[in-house]
Design a protein around this ligand. Structure first.
Ligand code: ZN
Length: 665
């Protein structure tokens, strides 16, 4: 026969706690109806007072007047806080449906420090049914941290271990109201014994607002430089982290992210030439949108800093909802001492994307040109720390949940350290996302409605869309692409600049067929000392005999681009992978494709699209290619084969299309 299980002898103090917990439950049962329809604070306070009076009568001890509730060995509730990224105690920051949500419950217990766990109950109506959730971990209750005022809650809000924290189940974060309360009965010490509690009497409600998606295409820009040549591109971690960060920090539940890889068109290094990358993104986006991509999609380009650091840049700050404004920025493992989680491209991208969502700078730590910002020093809060941030974390990427303090964290639109979204930026971005979601999706439905494949559809294009980057300080520029478009000859109205930017259309003999001023869309000012850069995005008329387009700044030609003539047919796509095995091969591998075009006119350029669903949807990976060859990133390609579409264009007229299916492996 083995040993008996030893009897656990509870110490006197614990026995008293257990007895009190039982007495409290009995008193509440006498005082409060099982289902209190009215959960108003005044009603709750009356119930608490009556319970304390009952207890005094039952134990023969002093009444609540003589022994104030604050000193009794009973757990009380001080406050609830329902938070997703940043919040105050009045819940003035909108709660977004289907976004990761944490309920923080602040308790007080007067007699001495205790460590407790607890359960939260949540329901979609005041009468339930109630769903019970256990706390993520224990909470340290400390008599020195008690009370329900902002000042009294401050030290507990600043530290996750001083509150009971609950993750709200997904079914309770859909749009609408949620009722919250602590589970009835005692709170448990982490050693298992019960503590009398009246913390479950108060009931709170919060309301989740309808979520809107952010549609985003992340373009990894690849470049090759050095001797021997090394190819650089953002890593899988860079991609995973910006996706995770936007989900955590931005006011959205759904990030509709697609990723593609394109070879950067500027010659590396191009540290100050993000405007050239932005022009490339505008061209990629133009083709995508005309061949079925939702026109509410934002385009963001990422450039790895392993070769050089490209300063980030947004193409503009649209005052009205306009997802066509692109941006680009750097990424890499650790260039900022306060951020060593593995990639800084996440919040850096959050800043540039913020510009494209209408956010100007919070003018702190060197950021300039922005508007008013409600808190000092770029902080998330005033000195009272009414607002506290929370990063719900991402276990899949090794990121723990953590508090983003109201004073020591800073708004993403500043240049300060420890970046997060303030309530101000969070609310404004949410408003903009709602407005963007109401915009038309455009010509979705794939190639059948593609306005650009006019050759295939038989409709004559009405114009040439010229997309270029300019550096007015250097008086330089580069035409990224000239695309046939069904749009008319009216230039977009946005963009003004005192410098004169003009475009000429010339014939084969150099005679000027057309010359006109074009709007220059200035990049966001990131630094007063930086060059004035921006993009030109304009539709020009299709003219008989046009052979080239010239781009001019103050009368000086900065770039020219051949156009005109009928494009020649494209030969079969063949793999030419030998280059991939070169020294310092591209991380993730590449697929090299070539095609023959014996009769190509001088102005013939190529657009390359890939599809991993047999042509139902397309992603553009290259625009304006002068040579009949393209490099695809293997890790972008799913499955054993990829469908590739080559569009050959001379800027106007018909577009020649060839579609082939190519084995990937
Ligand atoms: Zn900025």
């Amino acid at each position: 026969m083995g040993r008996m299980k030893p009897e656990v002898e509870l110490p006197e103090s614990v026995r008293e706690e257990v007895a009190l917990a039982q007495a409290v439950e009995e008193a509440v049962a006498r005082v409060a109806p099982a289902q209190r329809a009215d959960a108003a604070d005044s009603g709750t306070a009356a119930v608490v007072e009556q319970v304390l009076t009952e207890l005094a009568a039952a134990t023969g001890g002093p009444g609540p007047e003589a022994a104030p509730a604050t000193t009794m060995p009973i757990v009380f509730l001080d406050a609830f806080e329902v938070t997703q990224a940043v919040q105050d105690l009045a819940h003035s920051v909108p709660l977004i449906s289907e976004k990761a949500t944490i309920v923080r419950v602040y308790l007080r217990y007067a007699p001495g420090p205790v460590e407790v766990r607890g359960e939260l109950r949540m329901a979609r109506s005041q009468f339930g049914p109630w769903q019970t959730v256990a706390s993520l971990g224990p909470a340290q209750l400390d008599p020195a941290r008690s009370g329900g005022s902002l000042a009294e809650l401050r030290s507990r809000r600043a530290n996750l271990s001083f509150s009971l924290n609950f993750r709200v189940p997904a079914n309770l974060t859909t749009a609408g109201t949620v009722w919250l309360r602590m589970a009835p009965g005692p709170v448990r010490r982490t050693i298992g014994t019960p503590l009398a509690s009246l913390a479950w009497l108060p009931v709170r409600t919060v309301t989740f607002r309808q979520a809107v998606p952010l549609r985003m295409r992340l373009v990894r820009l690849r470049y090759t430089m050095g001797t021997p040549p090394v190819t650089h591109q953002p890593s899988a971690i860079d991609v995973a982290f910006i996706e995770s960060w936007l989900r955590r920090a931005y006011p959205l539940a759904q990030l509709q992210l697609t990723t593609t890889t394109a070879t950067a068109t500027p010659t590396p290094p191009f540290p100050d030439d993000a405007a050239l990358i932005n022009a490339q993104l505008i061209a990629l986006r133009a083709v995508d949108v005309s061949t079925g991509t939702d026109r509410r999609t934002h385009y963001y380009g990422m450039v790895a800093d392993s070769g050089f650091f490209m300063r980030g840049l947004a193409a503009g700050i649209p005052q009205t909802p306009d997802p066509s404004i692109v941006a680009s920025g750097p990424t890499g493992p650790s260039a900022f001492p306060w951020d060593n989680d593995g990639s800084y491209g996440d919040w850096y991208g959050g800043h540039e994307l913020g510009h494209t969502l209408g956010r100007s700078h919070a003018n702190f730590c060197g950021a300039v040109g922005g508007g008013s910002y409600p808190f000092p020093n770029g902080q998330l809060s005033d000195a009272d720390e009414a607002f506290v941030g929370i990063d719900v974390g991402d276990p899949g990427n090794g990121l723990p949940m953590r508090i983003m303090g109201g004073i020591d964290s800073h708004d993403v639109m500043s240049y300060c350290d420890d970046q997060w979204l303030s309530s101000f930026t969070y609310g404004e971005v949410y408003t903009r996302l709602v407005a963007e979601d109401a915009l038309p999706a455009g010509a979705t439905g794939g190639p059948a409605t593609a306005t650009m494949l006019t050759g295939a559809e038989g409709a004559r294009p009405l114009g040439m869309r010229l997309i270029a980057a300019l550096n007015l300080t250097q008086t330089s520029g580069s035409i990224a692409s000239v695309l046939p478009t069904a749009g008319g000859g009216d230039a977009p109205s946005r963009g003004t600049e005192p410098r004169e930017t003009t475009v000429r259309i010339l014939d084969a003999n150099g005679a000027i067929l057309d010359e006109r001023p074009v709007p220059f869309q200035r990049s966001v000012l990131e630094d007063p000392d930086e060059d004035v850069t921006g993009v030109v995005d304009v539709v020009l008329p299709t003219l008989e005999g046009a052979a080239s387009i010239e781009l001019l700044v103050d009368g000086q030609v900065v770039d020219s681009y051949p156009v005109g003539g009928e494009p020649a047919p494209v030969g079969e796509l063949v793999r030419a992978d030998r280059a991939a095995a070169g020294p310092g091969g591209t991380p993730g591998g590449t697929l090299e494709l070539r095609w023959a075009v014996p009769e190509a006119p001088p102005g013939q350029r190529y657009i390359v699209q890939v599809s991993d669903d047999m042509g139902a949807t397309w992603q553009t990976v290259a625009v304006g290619l002068p040579e009949p060859a393209v490099t695809l990133a293997s890790d972008d390609l799913k499955g054993d084969e990829v469908t590739v579409r080559i569009l050959a264009t001379t800027g106007s007229g018909t577009t020649v299309v060839r579609t082939d299916t190519v084995p990937v492996r």
